[in-house]
Design a protein around this ligand. Sequence first.
Ligand code: MLZ
Length: 287
Amino acid sequence: MSEFELGMVLEGVDPCHESLICCLSISEIQGCRLRLHFEGYTELHDFWCSADSPFLFPVGWAKHNGFPLQPPKGYEAGSFNWFDYIMTNKLRAVPRCLFSVPWDLPLPDHFFSEGQKLEAVDPRNPDHICVATVAIVMANRICIHFDGWDNTYDFWTKVDSPTIHPVGWCEQHDRALSLPEEWCRQVFTWDRYLESTCSEPVMPAAFRPRQPIPFDLGMKLEFVDPRNTRLVRIGTVVDPNPYPGFLQILPDGWGEKFAFITLDSSMELLPVGYCHRTGHPLEPLPT
Ligand code: MLZ
């Protein structure tokens, strides 16, 4: 990945607040993975991400495509200007041709619109199906916000994910629906909720879940360690379907308590041979 160089600036989704697009720079490169730094912030917030992530964008992309951009620390959103910032600080932008996302985002070809309501599985708590809102639409991806929760739970999903459902799905499938806190003390019905929030539901026909990804018990893979995202390890699928759209991985050589559940579509799951092919270190098995 020689085209990406240390210090180059770019835009990208903050993995801890996925509804925010931020100003970033490259602080380290390992194979095809980048350590990214939030401009103006301490390196404690740095995070690792694959260079071909659909959540990294060239400088100017957010504005060009109509999304708000969080400026570097110390700058006002209204007055921040990338061009001045790059000139003043003698920076270089990552060339546009290196991004997997096109400069002109394609128009959505689905029926999800911002502000509409749905029921969505919380990927960090996959037994919770929650009242949720389409916060942002970006081509065939939507950013989901869980009503009544802060934006640290927001997450991007493709519109054909098996983890999103139309309003009323939980009732039809005899499942508990997690409500926004203020609705836990009053009778919740979707009709009442939609009326009180002046909102519309996503139309049921919009939900066209894809086929499951064919992971099988015992399959090997490489994966980004969720506890330290610098590291790529070898793992085994120990449960191919703990919840629809999820699988459980055990890091090879580690005890059962280190098994974790993740979305089967996660970009942190990598095929066997990924590290060798891309020149990324592969963590040795514990001895
Ligand atoms: N135990 C967690 C669950 C949060 C679930 C949020 N779902 C949007 C907590 O209470 O923080």
